[in-house]
Design a protein around this ligand. Structure first.
Ligand SMILES: C[S@@+](CC[C@H](N)C(=O)[O-])C[C@H]1O[C@@H](n2cnc3c(N)ncnc32)[C@H](O)[C@@H]1O
Length: 279
């Protein structure tokens, strides 16, 4: 015992327990062996900030969604890859609407919950790993703030190249982001400043998730402004064509594959990035 968390499938365990609380299926976490214990995702940031967020919303039906989730689903068309499908809340609704949707996730436990809830087509892995499977898509969804998976300046080109390699001509990415810069909280403004001093984007969060005795490795997750996103997209096979910020500071960014050959350029870039140690 070191006091440090054991590395594990934090998101999967968290979702499994949230699902047990939600449905009564499976053992539920209890307080004092009797009362249901709320399932809380613990998010540590590398400046020492710790936040807790209830996990139940990962299972929410559309009646509890935010307006931008509805608008994202309404814009979805064709073969769709839900990147970071989580508990399948979005994929289930798309399936009901007859949209051919594939849920991708790096968490085996999240995929188990999604499967149990009825999501039919699920793949374990990252977008880069999925390129070799030969599947191609018209829409990529990065919802639940998953624009964050773009990580920052270093990872963005390879991540967007992998999406382009998975894309059919005319494909779109619909991504939910949050502009972090409206805050006046010195804990956050100080963090943004510290990030810039060390050569990172202000909202390039360095995080570790924890649940019970488990933890993840430290990883980067980006919250950025639409202007920063436009900068990250420049020079990639994608073009930022729309930013819907009706629910500011939250926004939905739409990227479109730029011109013919976008998919092929993406595939070449993925091969190049792999050679350079890309994921
Ligand atoms: C914040 S949750 C969002 C879940 C879902 N999109 C939603 O809106 O409810 C992030 C999800 O992305 C998954 N994830 C994290 N890193 C990933 C990666 N590199 N590739 C694919 N999925 C990833 C996590 O396991 C988790 O299920």
């Amino acid at each position: 015992m070191t006091g440090e968390p054991r590395l594990g499938d934090v998101f999967g365990e968290l979702l499994r327990d949230a699902y047990a609380v939600h449905t009564g299926i499976g053992p539920r976490p209890l307080v004092g062996g009797r009362l249901p214990r709320p399932v809380i995702e613990i998010i540590e940031r590398d400046d020492g900030l710790v936040n807790g967020a209830p996990a139940a919303h990962y299972l929410d039906g559309p009646e509890h969604w935010q307006p931008y989730d509805h608008r994202a689903v309404d814009r979805t068309r064709g073969a769709t890859l839900d990147v970071g499908v989580g508990g399948g809340r979005i994929a289930l609704v798309l399936q009901e609407r007859g949209v051919p949707v594939t849920g991708l996730d790096t968490s085996p436990g999240a995929l188990r919950v999604s499967r149990h809830r009825g999501v039919r087509d699920l793949v374990l892995g990252t977008v880069d790993e999925h390129v070799g499977d030969g599947r191609r898509y018209d829409t990529f969804l990065l919802l639940g703030n998953n624009l964050g998976l773009i990580e920052g300046r270093e990872r963005a080109p390879a991540f967007l190249a992998a999406l382009a390699a998975l894309a059919r001509p005319g494909a779109q990415v619909i991504a939910h982001g949050t502009d972090p810069y409206g805050t006046t909280d010195p804990v956050h403004t100080g963090y943004h400043e510290w990030n810039r001093q060390r050569g990172r984007l202000g909202g390039q969060l360095r995080l570790r998730l924890r649940y019970r005795e488990l933890g993840t490795e430290w990883f980067d997750y980006l919250v950025c402004s639409a202007e920063e996103l436009a900068e990250l997209v420049r020079g990639t096979p994608w073009r930022l064509t729309d930013v819907d910020d009706r629910d500011a500071p939250y926004y939905l960014a739409t990227l479109r594959l730029a011109g013919p050959g976008g998919g092929e350029r993406g595939r070449q870039a993925v091969i190049g990035a792999r050679g350079a140690g890309g994921r």
